[in-house]
Design a protein around this ligand. Structure first.
Ligand SMILES: Cc1ncc(C[n+]2csc(CCOP(=O)(O)OP(=O)(O)O)c2C)c(N)n1
Length: 669
C-alpha cells in the first residue's frame, strides 16, 4: 500500500484527482476496489485494448457505476484509446468520461451503468448469450465462444430488487462463466448499511444455487486472485466473490466513511491521502513503471491473435458456421431478409385473417424465425398469453441452453437481461409481458433506449379491451408513457398486416428498442388501398398513412390498434349522413413524426378538423388534433382507470362506439 509503484495506488490517485478536478463524483468505491480491480484486470481479464469489439473477449460490467473513475482509470492504464486528457475532463460536456459509464462513449465500456442493480442483470444476460452461442457455434476441438463475464457490484446493487430477479435466474441456469465480485464495504450513501441491509449475502446467493466464496480480504491482491481462480474452476454455477473492503481505502480521515462515497475528498484530504499511500506524483501523472505494469496491449494482442488462429482453423472446417457467426456478431440481417419479409407480408395480407394482434405477432415470429436464427425469445411467465413462442423454439431448460427463455415472473430482470443479451451481440432478444407491467421493467427499457439496443418488447393485453381482469391489468397511460421515452419506438398495430410490418421494423432497427402493443381480442383485417405488398409495407412503415379516403373531406379520423376498426365503421356511418371522412391508421407516432412535412401534410391536411381515437389517455393526441379549447379537434380516449367487466361492455361504457365517434366528429365540423 505504501509504495509509489503500487499499481493499485495509481487507480486510487486517478480516481481521487479526477473527482477533485470535477468537484463531483465518487472517489470512495474506486479507492476501495483498487486491489480487486488489480487482481481481475491484471491477472485474469482476457481482453485486447486495441480491439474492444473482439468477439470472444471477456465482458466486464461495473454494476456499481457511480465508481466510473475506476473503469476509466483501468481503460486508460491498460492501453485503451482513452487518453489522460479525457480523465482530466471527467464529467465534462462531450468528454469520453461521463459521470456514469455510458455505452458507446469510451472504448471498452460494455454497458451503461449507474442505475444500481441493472448492471448485474446485464451481466447475467451477457453470460446467457455466451452460453447460448457457445452451444450453437462451438464444435469439438473448436471452442470459439469461451469467455467469462465479470461484474463488480456493491451493497446498492444487492439491495435492489432486480439483483434478486437476475441472480436467482442465473443460479437456476447454472451460468458457470459468470463471476461477480461484491464490494462488501458496509457503507452506502446514508451511512453504515447495518441499519438497513443485514442480509446474509453469502447464504442468499447459496440459496440461489451460486458458488459463493465468502470473507475474502479485498485489499489482498493475492487473496482476490486466488478467489477468482477458484470461481473460474467451478463451471456449473455462477460465482460470487465476497470481498471485505474499506471504502476510500488510503484516505486517512475519510476512509471507511460515507463521506467518501459521493463527493470530492477535498484538497487537504487528497494531499493527506497522497502522503499516506506514498503517491508522490502530481495529479494525472503516472510513472512509466506503473504504465508498464498495467499495459495489457501486448498480452491482449497475443490473446486475440491466438483466437484468430483458432477461428481460422474453425473457418476451414466449418466455413458456413464461421460466416454465420461473423454475420451474427456484426448484427447484420441475412441476405435473404428483404425478400423473405415481403413474401411473409403478402401471405398474411392474402389470408386476411381477423385475429388478435398478439396472435398475429406469434404468426409474425413464426414467419420470421425461419430466417432469423438469432431470435432469442422469452416471456415473464406469460408465454401462452403473450404468444411469444414459435414451433421450432428450443426452450432453455435449467443448464441446457436454447433460444427461448421463460424468465419467470421477473419483468425488470427480463428487460435488464435482454439488454445484456443485446449488448453481447449474436442474438436479437425479445420478451413478453402484459403492457400494464411495462412499468415494472421501465428503467431497463429506458437504458435500452439510451444505449440504442435492439431489444424487442412484446406487450400484449394493450387496453381495457382485455376485459374482466379489471383496472389492475388494464393499461390506460402506458402507450402514452412509452411514447414519451426518447428513442423508444412504440407500435400499436391494427391487424395482422400491420403487426408483421411492425415486427419487421423492430428487427431492422439497429439503434434502439421497440415496444409492440398488442391486443388480447380479435381485430378485423383491414383492406388497404396500395398497389402491391412493397407499397403496403412502405406506407405502414411511415408510421401513419391514409387507410381509407374520401373525396371532399370534412374530417380526418386518426386511430391506432383496436380503434382503427371503429374508425372505419364510423366513417361508413358518417357517409350515410353525407359526411366524408378519411381514416388515418397511425400505428407508430414517432415514425410518422420523422416523415417530411409534405408527407405529414398529405396525410393530415391543414384546415381539416381531426378526431383521434385510442383507448388510452388523451394528452398525447393533442399534438395532432389541436389544443383542448381550440375546438379544432377532439380525442376519444380514456382519462381514468378502467373497470372489471367484459371488454365489449367497457368499450361501450367508455364511449368507444360508432355513435360516440360519429357524434364527436360532427362536434368538430
Ligand atoms: C437505482 C438507483 N437508486 C439510487 C441511486 C443513487 N445511488 C448512487 S450510489 C448509491 C449507494 C450505493 O451504495 P454502495 O453500492 O454500497 O456503494 P458505495 O457506497 O460502496 O460506493 C445510491 C443510493 C442509484 N444510482 N441507482
Amino acid at each position: 500500500m505504501s509504495q509509489t509503484a503500487d499499481p493499485a495506488n495509481a487507480l486510487r490517485a486517478l480516481a481521487m484527482d479526477a473527482v477533485q478536478a470535477a468537484n463531483s463524483g465518487h472517489p470512495g468505491m474506486p479507492m476501495g476496489m483498487a486491489e480487486i480491480a488489480l487482481a481481475l484486470w491484471g491477472r485474469h481479464l482476457r481482453h485486447n485494448p486495441a480491439n474492444p469489439k473482439w468477439a470472444d473477449r471477456d465482458r466486464f460490467v461495473l454494476s456499481n457505476g457511480h465508481g466510473s473513475m475506476l473503469l476509466y482509470a483501468l481503460l486508460h492504464l491498460t492501453g485503451y484509446a482513452l487518453p489522460m486528457d479525457q480523465l482530466r475532463r471527467f464529467r465534462q460536456w462531450h468528454s469520453m468520461t461521463p459521470g456514469h459509464p455510458e455505452y458507446g462513449c469510451a472504448p471498452g465500456v460494455e454497458t451503461t451503468t449507474g442505475p444500481l442493480g441493472q448492471g448485474l442483470a446485464n451481466a447475467v444476460g451477457m453470460a446467457i448469450a455466451e452460453k447460448v452461442l457457445a452451444a450453437e457455434f462451438n464444435r469439438p476441438g473448436h471452442d470459439i465462444v469461451a469467455h467469462h463475464t465479470y461484474a463488480f457490484a456493491g451493497d446498492g446493487c444487492l439491495m435492489e430488487g432486480i439483483s434478486h430477479e437476475a441472480c436467482s435466474l442465473a443460479g437456476t441456469l447454472g451460468l458457470g462463466r459468470l463471476v461477480v465480485l461484491y464490494d462488501d464495504n458496509g457503507i452506502s450513501i446514508d451511512g453504515q448499511v447495518k441499519a438497513w441491509f443485514t442480509d446474509d449475502t453469502p447464504k442468499r446467493f447459496e440459496a440461489y444455487g451460486w458458488h459463493v466464496i465468502p470473507a475474502v480480504d479485498g485489499h489482498d491482491v493475492g487473496a482476490v486472485d486466488a478467489a477468482i481462480r477458484a470461481a473460474k474452476a467451478v463451471t456449473d454455477k455462477p460465482s460470487l466473490v465476497c470481498c471485505k473492503t474499506v471504502i476510500a481505502k488510503g484516505s486517512p480521515n475519510k476512509g471507511g466513511s460515507h463521506d467518501a462515497h459521493g463527493a470530492a475528498l477535498g484538497e487537504k484530504e487528497v494531499a493527506a491521502t497522497r502522503e499516506a499511500i506514498g503517491w508522490r506524483h502530481a495529479p494525472f501523472e503516472v510513472p512509466e513503471s506503473v504504465y508498464r505494469s498495467w499495459d495489457a496491449r501486448g498480452r491482449g494482442a497475443g490473446l486475440e491473435r491466438e483466437w484468430n488462429e483458432r477461428f481460422a482453423a474453425y473457418t476451414k472446417q466449418h466455413p458456413d458456421l464461421a460466416a454465420e457467426f461473423r454475420r451474427r456478431m456484426a448484427g447484420e440481417l441475412p441476405g435473404s431478409w428483404r425478400a423473405h419479409c415481403e413474401a411473409l407480408v403478402a401471405k398474411i395480407d392474402a389470408k386476411g385473417e381477423s385475429i388478435a394482434t398478439r396472435k398475429a405477432s406469434q404468426n409474425a415470429i413464426e414467419g420470421l424465425a425461419s430466417a432469423l436464427p438469432e431470435f432469442f425469445g422469452g416471456s415473464a411467465d406469460l408465454t401462452w398469453s403473450n404468444l411469444t413462442q414459435w414451433s421450432a423454439a428450443k426452450p432453455v431448460a435449467g443448464s441446457r441452453p436454447g433460444n427461448y427463455l421463460s424468465y419467470g415472473v421477473r419483468e425488470f430482470g427480463m428487460a435488464g437481461i435482454m439488454n445484456g443479451i443485446a449488448l453481447h451481440g449474436g442474438l436479437i432478444p425479445f420478451g413478453g409481458t402484459f403492457l400494464v407491467f411495462s412499468d415494472y421493467a421501465r428503467n431497463a427499457l429506458r437504458l435500452a433506449a439510451l444505449m440504442k439496443l435492439r431489444s424487442i418488447l412484446v406487450f400484449t393485453h394493450d387496453s381495457i379491451g382485455l376485459g374482466e381482469d379489471g383496472p389492475t391489468h388494464q393499461p390506460v397511460e402506458h402507450a402514452a408513457s412509452l411514447r414519451l421515452m426518447p428513442n423508444m419506438e412504440v407500435w400499436r398495430p391494427c391487424d395482422a398486416v400491420e403487426t408483421a410490418v411492425a415486427w419487421i421494423a423492430a428487427v431492422e432497427r439497429k439503434d434502439g428498442p421497440t415496444s409492440l402493443l398488442l391486443s388480447r381480442q380479435n381485430l378485423p383485417h383491414q383492406k388497404r388501398p396500395f398497389a402491391d405488398t412493397a407499397a403496403t409495407i412502405t406506407a405502414i412503415r411511415r408510421g401513419g398513412y391514409v387507410l381509407a379516403d374520401a373525396p371532399a373531406l370534412r374530417a380526418v379520423i386518426i386511430a391506432t390498434g383496436s380503434e382503427v376498426a371503429l374508425a372505419i365503421a364510423a366513417k361508413a356511418k358518417l357517409a350515410e349522413d353525407g359526411i366524408a371522412v378519411r381514416v388515418v391508421s397511425m400505428p407508430c407516432t414517432s415514425a410518422f413524426d420523422r416523415q417530411d412535412a409534405a408527407y405529414r401534410a398529405s396525410v393530415l391536411p391543414a384546415g381539416v378538423p381531426r378526431v383521434a381515437i385510442e383507448a388510452g389517455v388523451t394528452d398525447g393526441w393533442r399534438k395532432y388534433v389541436g389544443a383542448v379549447d381550440s375546438r379544432q379537434g377532439a380525442v376519444v380516449g380514456i382519462d381514468r382507470f378502467g373497470e372489471s367487466a367484459p371488454g365489449g361492455e367497457l368499450f361501450k361504457h367508455f364511449g368507444f362506439t360508432v355513435e360516440n365517434v360519429v357524434k364527436t366528429v360532427k362536434g368538430v365540423l
